[in-house]
Ligand binder design. Structure first.
Ligand code: FE2
Length: 284
């Protein structure tokens, strides 16, 4: 599934590429059913957060920061009522599942370790991709949270920058249910922020370049049908609006870096030597 010259040129010019009909309805149905099972098995009582105390905040950070080598569910911030209880069912309260399903769960592994993705990766300049992260994003009806302007390289620093996002639409995504918005060509700008974790400072989101985020007027919506793959580079500024519609907007993402570009030891997601990140073209 090699990319055409036109596709490669488009990726170079715009910083992103849309490939419709990449995954089948059966592939999507299987992934959605598996995500549902994971949420069903998740015991929310162990993670009933009370957002008010500093101690709870630390625990939330810990829960996130140690999730890179496992499978965890994360709530939407707006899922709770004033008493700290879920305002709707658990299934409609989860923001995402992350971050190692692609290596730990057989269904997710089948979806992610797809040899065609190795070709797509090569076509956009990733010669030796290593898939560090998977996320199943629910963007729940009514409460699906906004994700402000950012660049994914903020979270996956390599030298040089190589992180590439593979974003799969599992449902139709449009401007009413919180689709992606991107700034075409914006990948030529600098990396503005860097998220680092180290023993001395803990987790820090640092502004490293004063270049402002794009004007919303320069953003274009990426409205896609289920099965579409959107590929974009780590410097492309993008955001998604809250989902206030009655329709969910499920998506699945993979983040891969190039093995030839050293991976920063301060990136939040580190893989132990016995659990290395792998390429796309390995059998599950
Ligand atoms: Fe992102």
């Amino acid at each position: 599934m090699e990319l055409s010259l036109a596709q490669r040129e488009q990726f170079a010019a715009d910083g992103f590429l849309v490939i419709p009909n990449f995954k089948s309805a059966a592939d999507i149905a299987e992934l959605r059913a598996r995500a549902e099972q994971i949420v069903e098995a998740f015991d929310e009582r162990e993670r009933m957060p009370i957002f008010t105390t500093a101690d709870e905040r630390t625990k939330n950070d810990e829960y996130f920061l140690t999730s890179g080598s496992t499978i965890r569910c994360f709530f939407e911030a707006d899922a709770f009522n004033a008493q700290g209880r879920l305002a709707q069912s658990k299934a409609l309260s989860i923001n995402k599942i992350g971050h190692a399903m692609h290596d730990l769960d057989p269904v997710f592994a089948r979806f992610a370790h797809d040899a065609r993705l190795e070709d797509v990766a090569a076509g956009v300049g990733l010669q030796r991709p290593l898939v560090y992260q998977s996320m199943y994003i629910f963007k729940q009806p009514g409460i699906g949270g906004e994700v402000r302007w950012h660049q994914d390289a903020t979270y996956f620093v390599t030298e040089p920058i190589s992180v590439t996002t593979f974003w799969f639409a599992l449902e139709a995504a449009d401007t009413t249910n919180g689709c992606l918005w991107v700034e075409p060509g914006g990948q030529r700008g600098p990396l503005r922020e860097r998220f680092t974790v180290d023993a001395a400072n803990g987790a820090v989101l640092e502004r490293i370049d004063p270049t402002p985020w794009p004007e919303n007027a320069n953003a274009v919506p990426v409205e896609v049908d289920p099965g579409t793959l959107v590929v974009f580079g780590g410097l492309l500024p993008h955001y998604s609006a809250p989902n206030r519609s009655p329709r969910s907007r499920h998506a699945f993402t993979l983040h891969a870096v190039d093995a030839s570009a050293p991976y920063a030891p301060t990136n939040w997601l580190q893989r132990a030597a016995e659990f290395p990140a792998r390429g796309f073209a390995v059998s599950a």
